[in-house]
Design a binder for this molecule. Sequence first.
Ligand code: DX5
Ligand code: ZN
Length: 217
Amino acid sequence: MALIAPSILSADFTNLSQQIRLAEMGGADWIHCDVMDGHFVPNITIGPVIVKAARKITKLPVDVHLMIENPDKYLEAFADAGADYLSVHVEEVVHLNRTIERIKELGCKAGVVVNPATPVNSILDIAESINLLLIMTVNPGFGGQKFIPNSIRRIEEAVNLRERLKASFLIEIDGGVNKETIIEAKKAGVDIFVAGSAIFDADNITAATAELKNLVK
Ligand code: DX5
Ligand code: ZN
């Protein structure tokens, strides 16, 4: 069975607690926090303050996706805010092995993220050290975008890489996940699905979460 990680990027921030509760009632497994700095991606969203709020609201694992320049500078702040998973973009980190070790030292599970045009193979020599590989299925920066079709091949590559190396990282995808795209992605081997607009733009957040959950059980 795969997991559903609603992305609060698309939530109504005037009532974040109620939005997260509604997703939890639909069977959400993780809460995904999309952190953006307006440099690494052309959008500015949330920081440690909102992660801290999400931490207070939910008992579910808080899955923090750092779409920021120089993430090494902020690892402690997000770990202190309560991140369970802390993921950094391979495109942004020069000493990735050191960063992954630092995330673990801080007591978080360590994730690496690849953008749509970054080869999955680029994580080959860190694969045995990470807990999570996040494959971007849209160009990061905004919710509500279209799933990039060659992502299915990339998911399959990640599954094959994990098997070949006898690694144990989980495979997560993020972007354009909905009741149509989730089917093929699940078959390809995804473990965790981030979904923002498919859940929080729905008329019924609980039903939309439950529908995605049913499709991957
Ligand atoms: C990067 C963000 C979005 C978000 C998912 O842009 O990470 O991908 O989480 O947004 P939806 O599910 O609306 O595509
Ligand atoms: Zn994300």
